[in-house]
Design a protein around this ligand. Sequence first.
Ligand SMILES: NC(=O)C1=CN([C@@H]2O[C@H](COP(=O)(O)OP(=O)(O)OC[C@H]3O[C@@H](n4cnc5c(N)ncnc54)[C@H](OP(=O)(O)O)[C@@H]3O)[C@@H](O)[C@H]2O)C=CC1
Ligand SMILES: O=C1O[C@H](COP(=O)(O)O)[C@@H](O)[C@H](O)[C@H]1O
Length: 489
Amino acid sequence: MKNTEQQSASEIVLFGALGDLSRRKLLPALYQLDNVGLLNDESRILGVARQEQSLEEFTAFVVENLESFVKEGLNKETLDRFTARLVYQQLDFKETDSYSALADTLAGGHETRIYYFSTPPAIYGDITDGLKNAGLVTDADRVVMEKPIGHCLESSKVINDQVSRYFKENQIYRIDHYLGKETVLNLLVLRFANSLFTTNWDRNCIDHVQITVAESVGIEGRWGFYDEAGQMRDMVQNHLLQILSLLAMEPPADLSADSIRDEKLKVIKALVPINRHNIKDTTVRGQYTDGFLNGGPVPGYLNEEGANKASNTETFVAIKAEIDNWRWSGVPFYLRTGKRMPAKHSEIVVHFKPQPHNIFKESFAELPCNKLTIRLQPDEGVELQMMNKIPGIASQLNIHENKLDLSFSDIYQDQRVIDAYERLMLEVINGNQSLFVRRDEVEAAWTWADGIIEAWQSTNEAPKPYAAGSWGPVSSISLIARDDRQWVE
Ligand SMILES: NC(=O)C1=CN([C@@H]2O[C@H](COP(=O)(O)OP(=O)(O)OC[C@H]3O[C@@H](n4cnc5c(N)ncnc54)[C@H](OP(=O)(O)O)[C@@H]3O)[C@@H](O)[C@H]2O)C=CC1
Ligand SMILES: O=C1O[C@H](COP(=O)(O)O)[C@@H](O)[C@H](O)[C@H]1O
């Protein structure tokens, strides 16, 4: 299978190769690229982790996880090729003077090295120092950093400063995997390749927007990490703000990385600050309690595996966000995200304004407004809710609400849904930063998120309880009901 003409050979170095992200997402993504011929035959994959183990043991670990996480099943030929690329290096990342063993392992390899930091962000600086000390930093190298970068604006600056001592901005790929999702990427096409939406995409035509990112999973054994972060830092500061900025940005001049990132940045900077004065009217934070999901009982957050203390960490956030600019002034963007909600279900619903005058009062006292629903996952697609005449001679102008439904699984039946990490890994290999987050975006996002977190801290209020398997605390309904609107369920 040859598809690798443009992909130059690189050494892909996974720091934290034995961790959760690596085994569930990164290794399967690399396997999938290999399977479709998008990994150069010469590229090696070097797993680096703290644990002492042989190459055979690492290979067995990789195969076991590929078997679990590559849904389509493994291809023998690809698996043989993939496992032949593997190399393992034991290393304590904090021992910044002991990276010489890694340098020896990399010696004679390809000149482009991709260092993927799949570790807690607090040690990105140590890894960078270690690489520098061992002479493993050149202009050809790239660094991939996982989110959330830091815990707040200040800590993100420290981490970014540490990494950028030796790597330039054009070598740094800050991952937000939502930017690699087909449907998130499709926002660019939907908005800028369809004049219908381009011309109606502003405060004159749009009443409000809802963005829901609901997960049915809890915190999946990551209590230690999650309890420090909470849903605000884990999901809103990054994924939801990235979706919001793609949805609300001005048309970029072209598809280059900086054109897109410049426009996203302007949106994040234009978000109306939320602070202790407006926090109560604009946000709700919740924490799930014991409940039922998929027909069975599930534990509350404080009863999850690994929970070791009482905690006020939020597992649900709803926010009424506003963008203070020419295009969006007065249009609320309601954001909502939580763990242990009834289903994994992420979508954007754009509510258009009502018609100025209703000539169909006999059918509808109030005409329902057009709604554009962008289903991010699962059941990816785009749906336009509109009014239509019910066919028939008897009813001259009997109308009802119906929809145009572009379901990706129906239309692109033979197309596998590509995992976000596959696309993003390929973009790193190809050296394209468009789908990665620039430092100033991260900092603007932290500035806004920190304001909310500090305001919550200042009120000292506990998160509102919601039963696992529900759509969040009752007060999240009031948040939007106060504006005479309701969440689309
Ligand atoms: N898991 C997920 O779904 C997601 C994760 N992320 C981000 O990805 C990154 C990795 O997360 P995740 O895989 O879940 O975390 P894990 O804790 O599962 O993995 C981290 C890995 O780093 C290793 N490590 C930590 N410190 C050292 C050290 N000093 N020396 C050597 N190895 C070390 C750990 O080894 P050991 O086990 O020996 O401690 C572990 O293998 C984080 O930044 C996280 O925020 C982002 C999105 C989703
Ligand atoms: O970054 C993260 O994302 C996942 C949700 O990702 P998805 O692709 O499954 O929607 C979330 O569960 C995790 O807590 C968070 O760190």
